[in-house]
Design a protein around this ligand. Structure first.
Ligand SMILES: [Zn+2]
Length: 187
C-alpha cells in the first residue's frame, strides 16, 4: 500500500482577497510539494481554503510582537474551525495547517511554525517563507541548514537558514533526512 499523502491546508487570510491563486500555487507551493514528495516518497496535496470557508482563521489578527501568545491564539482559532468539521479523518500528524497572510507578523518575523507540528503562519512577502515554515512542521531545523548550496545562479543558503532573505529553493541534505525520518513514523 502506498503511503498516505500529506495534506497541506492553506488558509487564505482575508487580506489576500483577490490574489491570483494560480500564481500562489506556482510561486509558493508547487516547488515545495514536488520537493517533499521526492524526499519522502508520498504526495503532498496543497489545498487553498477561501476566506469565506474559514472565517475564524481568515479574520485572525496575526500581527504581534509576542510570538508565543500568537501561536496559542492561533491554535485556539484552528481548533474552533476544526471543531465545526467532521473530524473522523483528522490526522494531526500529516494534515498541516498554514495561515497565509499578506503582511509579516512583525518587523523581523515573516512566519512562525511548530517544530515539528501541524500549525504555522507565513506571509507572502518572501516566496520562501511558506516553504520554510512547512519545513519546520516536518522537523527541519535552522541548525541543520546549509550555507553553501550550489545552484545555476551561484551559491546560496539553503531554505531553513534562519536569516536568509534570499535562499536557494532547496533543503540541505541534513534537513532532507530530518523530514524523511519524521514522516517515516507515519503510515
Ligand atoms: Zn525558521
Amino acid at each position: 500500500m502506498s503511503k498516505r499523502p500529506i495534506k497541506l491546508n492553506v488558509f487564505l487570510h482575508e487580506d489576500l482577497k483577490g490574489i491570483n491563486e494560480d500564481l500562489l500555487h506556482q510561486d509558493y507551493f508547487d516547488w515545495l510539494a514536488d520537493t517533499v514528495s521526492r524526499i519522502s516518497g508520498r504526495t503532498m496535496d496543497v489545498n487553498l481554503i477561501q476566506p469565506s470557508d474559514a472565517l475564524t482563521l481568515s479574520s485572525f489578527n496575526y500581527k504581534s510582537d509576542n510570538i508565543e501568545r500568537l501561536m496559542d491564539k492561533f491554535q485556539d482559532a484552528l481548533l474552533t474551525h476544526l471543531g465545526n468539521q467532521d473530524r473522523t479523518t483528522y490526522d494531526a500528524s500529516i494534515d498541516l495547517y498554514l495561515l497565509l497572510t499578506r503582511d509579516d507578523i512583525n518587523k523581523t518575523t515573516l512566519g512562525v511554525a511548530q517544530q515539528p507540528g501541524v500549525m504555522g503562519i507565513a506571509s507572502i512577502t518572501s516566496k520562501l517563507t511558506a516553504s520554510h515554515e512547512v519545513g519546520h512542521m516536518l522537523n527541519a531545523a535552522h541548525e541543520d541548514s546549509d550555507e553553501n548550496v550550489s545552484t545555476y545562479y551561484g551559491t546560496y543558503k539553503s531554505i531553513m537558514y534562519k536569516t536568509a532573505r534570499k535562499s536557494a529553493f532547496t533543503f540541505s541534505k541534513k534537513n532532507e533526512e530530518n523530514i524523511r525520518n519524521y514522516l517515516n513514523q507515519y503510515p
